[in-house]
Design a protein around this ligand. Structure first.
Ligand SMILES: CC(C)(COP(=O)(O)OP(=O)(O)OC[C@H]1O[C@@H](n2cnc3c(N)ncnc32)[C@H](O)[C@@H]1OP(=O)(O)O)[C@@H](O)C(=O)NCCC(=O)NCCS
Length: 163
């Protein structure tokens, strides 16, 4: 199979689970925002690298908000999905869910979009990535919305404002 043969979303999806330990928290015993961002970056990078079978570097992280604290001892589940592949870049969506194992209560905690660029390990040059194939109505929505967000990001980068 050629490296640029289109691939299905499910083939690069990543599920990563972490337990919030004392070294992950601030003095209020809440998960450090930087630690969560690190976990999100790692989960997203694994999905992007799986898709392009190469090194994927973080180029852009969209807005990230912390609505509620994540507590010491919570279980944090991160799901990463390549929403769309462009020429050398890919948008990865991450969903974070938090579980209190004592009660079994699960809550959606954060979501974010990361843009990764595929680079060659030897030369460091940008590399083309395979197209991605959505296989369900939900995956189609992620795929279509990713193009809208990319256009907005690139407009913002180039200072183009639409009211
Ligand atoms: C990411 C990096 C490879 C981009 O290199 P560059 O020469 O500036 O690349 P370009 O402007 O050609 O953009 C490369 C791709 O990223 C996309 N891109 C760049 N800026 C973007 C933005 N703000 N929004 C969306 N996509 C963007 C481009 O559209 C292009 O994608 P495409 O080929 O699919 O169309 C380079 O800036 C880099 O190496 N950055 C450091 C990465 C890193 O170390 N990350 C860890 C963070 S510390």
């Amino acid at each position: 199979m050629s490296e640029l043969t289109p691939k299905h979303m499910k083939d690069s999806q990543v599920a990563m689970i972490e337990l919030v330990l004392p070294n992950d928290t601030n003095i209020l015993q809440n998960l450090l925002g930087g630690r969560l961002m690190h976990w999100m970056d790692i989960a997203a990078a694994m999905a992007a690298s799986r898709h392009c079978n190469n090194v994927a570097v973080t180029a852009v992280v969209d807005d990230l908000s912390f609505h509620e604290p994540i507590k010491l001892g919570n279980i944090v589940s991160l799901c990463a999905n390549v929403n769309r592949a462009f020429n050398t870049s890919m948008e990865v969506g991450i969903k974070v869910e938090v579980e209190d194992f004592r009660t079994g209560e699960k809550k959606h905690s954060n979501s974010a979009y990361f843009t990764f660029v595929c680079v060659d390990l030897e030369t460091g040059k940008k590399m083309p990535v395979p197209a991605i194939i959505p296989d369900s109505p939900l995956e189609n929505k992620w795929f279509n919305d990713a193009l809208v967000r990319r256009t907005q990001r690139l407009n913002q980068k180039h200072g183009i404002i639409h009211n």
